[in-house]
Design a protein around this ligand. Structure first.
Ligand SMILES: CC(C)(COP(=O)(O)OP(=O)(O)OC[C@H]1O[C@@H](n2cnc3c(N)ncnc32)[C@H](O)[C@@H]1OP(=O)(O)O)[C@@H](O)C(=O)NCCC(=O)NCCS
Length: 179
């Protein structure tokens, strides 16, 4: 699959993405809110392989974000099925961008394209979740019109107790065509 926005192409991962995606996943600032934090090249490649497997099996996945102007891989964004949220399974939007590409509206632009795709394909709701302390990701979800209900807050049990990344918040957005 391939989605195009004004500035981005959202497309399947290719071998040439492995090096730039590994650089993104090796940046402590980018991975500040992830547990475990940094990924090495093999772990980053495994993420790509898993996404391509999801794409084959489900018809959607967390995919590569390429900037149309110069073909740069700026990160990844997309939809996945998650069992990790209260009331799951759910369809989740996720994103990770290299630091030089932050705060230029790219995550929002990619997410809107994914939402349109999800609604057109009959999805009724898309969720997003992150550590409660991940302000950039929370702002991105809020700016996209996603809504948090505090009753949905949960602990990511894969993060040790006492770690500040353990408390998570859940945001939801509903298919506007089904309201
Ligand atoms: C979260 C992330 C994807 C946001 O991407 P982005 O392209 O910079 O976001 P956008 O430019 O589309 O901004 C979306 C909104 O979030 C706000 N925002 C983005 N970064 C912010 C920050 N550091 N602090 C406060 N607000 C921020 C923007 O102002 C914008 O709000 P607005 O529309 O009201 O102005 C990016 O910071 C990132 O890759 N972070 C590291 C990976 C990560 O944590 N991913 C999420 C894991 S759950």
């Amino acid at each position: 699959m391939r989605l195009e926005t004004n500035r981005l192409v959202i497309r399947p991962w290719t071998d040439r993405d492995c090096a730039p995606f590994a650089s993104i996943n090796a940046d402590p600032e980018v991975r500040r809110y992830y547990y475990p934090a940094l990924l090495d090249q093999a772990q980053s490649d495994a993420v790509i392989a898993q996404c391509m497997d999801h794409l084959d099996r489900q018809g959607f996945a967390f995919l590569a974000l390429e900037r149309r102007d110069d073909g740069a891989l700026i990160g990844g964004a997309g939809l996945s099925i998650t069992d990790d949220v209260p009331g799951g399974p759910a369809i989740e939007i996720g994103w990770i961008l290299g630091r030089p590409f932050w705060r230029q509206g790219y995550a929002s632009e990619a997410s809107r394209a994914w939402f349109d795709w999800g609604w057109a394909h009959g999805m009724t709701e898309i969720v997003g979740y992150t550590s409660a302390i991940n302000t950039p990701s929370r702002r991105a979800m809020e700016s996209l019109g996603m809504r948090r209900t505090p009753a949905d807050d949960f602990a990511d049990v894969t993060v040790p107790e006492g770690n500040p990344l353990r408390p998570h918040v859940l945001y939801r957005i509903t298919n506007p065509r089904r309201r």
